[in-house]
Design a protein around this ligand. Sequence first.
Ligand code: UDP
Length: 493
Amino acid sequence: MEETDQNIVMFPFMAQGHIIPFLTLALQIEKMGNYKIRFVSTPLNIKNLRKSLPPSSTIHLVEIPFDSSNYGLPPGLENTDAVTYDLMLDFFEASLSLKPHFRNLLNDLITGGDPLLCVITDMFFGWTADITHEFGVFHAIFSGCSGFGLGCYYSLWMNLPHRKTEFMEFSLPDFREAGKVHVTQLMDIMLKADGTDRWSKFLVYNLSSWVKSDAIMFNTVEEIDGIGLSYFRRKLGLSVWPIGPVLPSVDNRSRGGKNFGVSSDVCMKWLDSKPLNSVLYISFGSQSTISASQMTQLAKALEISGKNFIWVVRPPLGFGINAEFNAEEWLPEGMTKRVEEQNRGLIVSRWAPQVEILSHKSIAAFLSHGGWNSVLESLSYGVPIIGWPLYFEQFFNVKLLEEEIGVCVEVARGTQLEVRCEEIAHTIETVMRNDGKGKKMRDIACEVKAVIEDAIRDEEDYKGSSVKCIQEFLNAALLTKESRTEDAKVGKL
Ligand code: UDP
């Protein structure tokens, strides 16, 4: 592509798990040519993002107005990492107020003489497709979810199959190849949904609008996620491009502006002192936590197993997201002291340098909630997963990893079910072993690592599957732009 200043607008939902892959994709596209990228978000998120952008980046951060207090939410609430579960739906609904501002933004850019190449928006901003098309511009959704996980989630919300059966396990009517789904894999909002409740209305409105887009890009790889990608090709009839994994680099900057609860240096030094494949990393993503009793059982399991670990701890449910960090109160008596004395683990407050940790050779396994970014990060370093899905499509990511790929064992489910420390300890020991099932999972994880490396190989004479997809996307956007310019020349616009 020779033309300069190809303008791209990128607009992620206000959540770390969405902003991080969007920003990483933006940085990747920036490297691919002469693109001018506007990265749009609300004021507080933009303020945080300023800390994340490498100084050499030409990405423009653009603020779009949002005042949470106008929607009955506490003031200054602009990211799901500060939104409690009971306010989540209000937050999603409040995001619809961004519509007029988004339209103004596109209008200002275009009338200001910046013809757009394309708009890439979040899966929760399906409504942006119509607005983007008002200006004749190519619109793509970028999903940070897996095709499989999102496929199950999409099918469940669109069909509510659990409302039509008395069985605990059932198939998805339009996605049978996904296998059986169990009611314990459904969040309470879905269990209660009947199509007329607020969650159904918001989500079905949003999911139904995807078909109006020109394409969906997934942060995934065709070779490991083909079942879900085929589902969306069949369902939506759009171009579906797996372009992943777009992964944050192993430095401190591109993490969406979060402060670490422990420095990279401390983590790396500690990991350096541990043998190969001997440490368990535990994290429930950017915002989730488990119940107090589950936390106690997990802590006891770590003591029973005697394994080395790094655990990113957040206040358990009910303590409030912003509660002062007090691991002594949340963990079994004396545990923090014992762990320190034995130099057996790092208990990290709230946020750790995850990619750096996973890239270290002493990491043997990742106990994860199955958020797709975490999964990709883990597999990119050949680290097998102990799954503890908590919300949304995480249950189905874990299902894909365990049943289809073979790199995961699910140890627990959700924040409500009781868990037993002996069972957790048993799973930790099984997965961390260097023989039997543990070894097999690590071998498969290494094969997946190679598949991922191949998908993103970008050489003169070889392009991996994900690289080809991102090029196809940019070419399709360019074709739309060129035909718009032609139409304008012959007076059709
Ligand atoms: N993350 C991190 N440090 C933490 C927790 C999370 O760097 O202590 C990053 C992680 O590397 C990933 C993202 O936050 O890129 C979490 O995204 P994911 O999809 O796994 O879960 P979500 O936060 O959306 O539930």
